[in-house]
Ligand binder design. Structure first.
Ligand code: NAP
Length: 264
């Protein structure tokens, strides 16, 4: 039996186990996906131990994504983002960032072209992944963040990127094609980081927040005629990308999507 897993804290309510185990079932794999909450300061030993035990793959979530990036070989994109959310053990522990692919593949799945101007609101882990991913697709990226200095330092390392605060979103979004909310605003609350007046029907809006799925941002974006993509799509495609890295086979999208949406 193959064992895959997730390390983070907390991981108790993670929806990754049902999503990944649905994939193993659909593919006829003898495999399990289990969650672990490592002790602080133990990440190097956790990765070594997982490797020694023959764990087939690990996902990594808050607060360990940056710590893991420091103790494994990283692929070039994860290196630039500075965070790892997927570790493969084939040929030595290697770290990947599949949140970036999660953003791109969510847009691709909905038929949204990644060209023109993208606005990424947020400069934390999800914001970094989204900004690099969309810039690598060839988009001009504007990073907007509550703490402007964080937006500036991210824009300084992302190709063709600009930066600013949240106050000038209306002018910044006027000519934009894609908007990603990569802040935690809207999580378990009826708040939005983007005023409705800044939204328009030329936008495709992805909200990384997935609890709830029908955030105020997506509701208001739908009301002005924008295309809306909820956070479960990003979550699904980061999981699909991880499954494909670990197994080298195409992931069963429908089984994973159904299990994920059941669990959310
Ligand atoms: P993070 O690293 O802690 O970053 C949080 C971001 O939210 C920062 O940009 C922060 O701005 C901003 N923020 C927090 N509270 C705010 C407020 N009241 N007003 C304005 N901005 C605020 O978190 P993360 O890992 O990037 O996650 C961000 C969100 O994305 C979370 O909801 C997470 O669940 C979601 N996420 C979803 C997926 C997915 O697959 N769907 C994947 C990863 C993350 P400052 O810099 O000013 O503090």
């Amino acid at each position: 039996m193959q064992v895959f897993g997730l390390i983070g804290n907390p991981v108790e309510h993670s929806v990754s186990p049902p999503m990944h185990e649905a994939a193993y079932g659909a593919c006829g794999m003898d495999a399990r996906y289990v969650t672990f909450e490592p002790k602080p300061g133990s990440i190097g030993r956790v990765v070594d131990g997982a490797s020694a035990l023959g764990i087939a793959g690990l996902n990594v979530t808050i607060p360990f994504k940056e710590d893991v990036a420091r103790v494994v070989e990283t692929d070039p994109l994860a290196e630039r983002i500075g965070a790892v959310n997927t570790v493969s053990f084939e040929g030595g522990p290697t770290g990947y960032n599949t949140d970036a692919a999660g953003v791109v593949r969510a847009f691709e799945h909905h038929g949204v072209e990644r060209s023109g101007q993208a606005v990424v609101v947020g400069a934390g882990g999800a914001g970094r992944a989204a900004a690099f991913a969309l810039a690598d697709e060839g988009m001009d990226v504007h990073v907007a963040n509550r703490t402007v200095e964080r937006a500036e330092s991210l824009a300084a390392v992302v190709p063709n990127a600009s930066s600013g605060g949240l106050d000038d979103l209306r002018s910044v979004l006027a000519d934009a094609d894609i908007l990603v909310n990569a802040t935690s605003v809207g999580m378990e609350s009826d708040e939005t980081p983007v005023p409705k007046a800044a939204l328009h029907d030329g936008l495709a809006v992805l909200d990384a927040v997935y609890a709830p799925l029908d955030t105020r941002l997506l509701t208001e974006a739908g009301e002005v005629g924008a295309k809306t993509i909820d956070g479960a799509w990003m979550l699904l495609f980061q999981g699909i990308e991880a499954f494909e890295i670990w197994t080298g086979r195409n992931a069963p999208l429908e089984a994973m999507n159904a299990a994920l949406r059941d669990a959310l």
